[in-house]
Write a protein that binds this ligand. Structure first.
Ligand SMILES: Cc1ncc(COP(=O)(O)O)c(C=O)c1O
Length: 457
């Protein structure tokens, strides 16, 4: 029998996270204080995050010890299995070898608990009593709810309204783990009220939900905010994915020529890719591809610029690919990919030529998800289907070229709570959304008065 999965023991789980900040070929430009435009220091972030996480955010240490309490919780589902997709390869008739890291085995169903556990733990150590956050499709909100319950911290989630209405079961998961979930924009915060005043039917966006969560966090000393993607410390925590995958690829006697991940804020893609990106920085030839929706093309059509992480301009300015903090993407089902910006480290590595980006339309992602489900069995989250679709494109290209490539992709989460999206697809109710350049140009106008990074594009 051919090996189907590569499984590490709990003892083989990595004991340190990898921080690519130590190895960036051209460094990074700093975040800026939104008021002064000067580099933001630890004290500027202190109202939002606990100091132990701020230190990690600014760290350039290559390796960071994973605390024992975090390892203990990781062991609930980690190490996650690496699969060889023999059946998908057969269905496509490709000479390519396809591997995927299954991050859908966590209790919340995605990679998000990898950082939620760590963030809840560091907040607990710092004495935080309550954490606020935003969520798109609900994967991050449910992951943080679970992890806050493990550490006895109250959790409040602002969920993008369109997803709140599309995905009631995610909200119920959050409630099961003891969190309070509110549709955003809400009337509970000034930010939410100001948005609703202009547009009472606003479907919401991640940028708006972040504004609400940050506002609530800064209004109380015992409350902090947590972000599920984008920031450096999130990329560090997610590196556990790639570190395990490296060991598992070794077990399989293979090494990837192509690495693929879906990218909303960049965290699952970075988590898988960065430990391999280090090899590329050191000379290895790997094609590393982040995949985004054509209707929210942050990396492929957004410039590298300083921009706010949220709509109401409460966060520091981050150097990143962005479509502008007021950009509201079409209401596609991959709610977790509807973010106007991209992780600064991912953005920097695009500039450095270490990774590249592609965008794919919604219908192709669902068609690909169907091919995957009917060969490998697993039903993917709509976000994850972007990685599946790119993998299928690459595998078919290998077939055309007659090349035996090795492709590794991150299966970032299951779609069992997203079946309403699949139903819309079956009933012909899903569409591709053309994004006119004028809409992007209009949103980018908001970047004009902001400081420019040295490498502005
Ligand atoms: C299953 C899944 N994949 C991917 C993403 C995109 O987020 P990120 O780019 O931070 O991995 C999300 C976000 O919610 C998600 O739930």
């Amino acid at each position: 029998m051919k090996s189907k999965k590569y499984v590490l023991s709990e003892q083989d789980m990595p004991k340190q996270w990898y921080n690519i900040m130590a190895d960036l070929p051209n460094g990074m430009e700093p975040p800026l204080h939104p008021g002064t435009g000067q580099p933001a220091g630890p004290d500027d972030l202190a109202p939002i995050f606990p100091m132990n996480l701020i230190e990690q955010e600014m760290s350039t240490d290559q390796w960071i010890d994973i605390p024992e309490e975090v390892l203990d919780k990781y062991a609930i589902w980690r190490p996650s299995p690496l699969y060889r997709a023999h059946n998908l390869e057969k269905a496509l008739g490709t000479p390519a070898k396809i591997y995927y890291k299954n991050e859908g085995v966590s209790p919340a169903g995605s990679h998000k608990p990898n950082t939620a556990i760590a963030q809840a733990y560091y907040n607990k150590v710092a004495g935080t009593k309550k954490i606020t956050t935003e969520t798109g499709a609900g994967q991050w909100g449910s992951a943080l709810s679970m992890c806050c319950s493990f550490f006895g911290i109250e959790c409040k989630v602002f969920m993008v309204k369109i997803s709140y209405n599309q995905k009631p079961y995610r909200r119920l998961m959050m409630e099961t783990w003891g969190a309070n979930c509110t549709a955003s924009p809400s009337t509970e915060t000034e930010s939410g009220r100001s948005i609703l005043e202009k547009d009472p039917d606003c479907p919401g966006s991640l940028g708006m939900a972040i504004s609400e969560a940050v506002e609530e966090a800064v209004s109380d000393d015992n409350t902090k905010y947590a972000l599920g993607s984008v920031l450096n410390h999130v990329m560090i925590h997610q590196s556990i994915i790639g570190l395990e995958a490296k060991k598992q690829m070794e077990m399989a006697g293979d090494y990837p020529d192509v690495i693929i991940g879906s990218a909303g804020g960049g965290s699952n893609f970075a988590g898988l890719a960065f430990p391999f990106a280090l090899d590329k920085i050191n000379g290895k030839d790997i094609d590393i591809i982040g995949v985004e929706p054509a209707s929210c093309p942050t990396m492929t059509r957004g410039p590298f610029a300083y921009d706010f992480g949220d709509t109401v301009q409460k966060t520091p300015l981050l150097p990143m690919h962005s479509l502008g903090h007021n950009f509201v993407p079409a209401p596609i089902h991959a709610g977790g990919l509807r973010y106007h910006g991209m992780a600064p480290i991912v953005s920097q590595l695009i500039l450095d030529g270490i990774i590249r980006a592609e965008s794919i339309n919604q219908l192709e992602t669902f068609e690909s998800g169907m091919t995957f489900a009917r060969s490998e069995g697993f039903i993917s989250a709509p976000e994850c289907n972007h990685a599946v679709a790119m993998t299928i494109r690459e595998a078919l290209k290998a077939k055309e070229e007659g090349k035996e490539k090795t492709i590794l992709f991150n299966w970032s989460g299951h779609g069992l709570v997203d079946l309403a999206a699949y139903e819309s697809f079956f009933r012909g109710k899903l569409a591709d959304h053309e994004l006119p350049q004028e809409q992007i140009d209009a949103a980018l106008k908001d970047l004009e008065p902001l400081p420019k990074p040295k490498q502005a594009s």
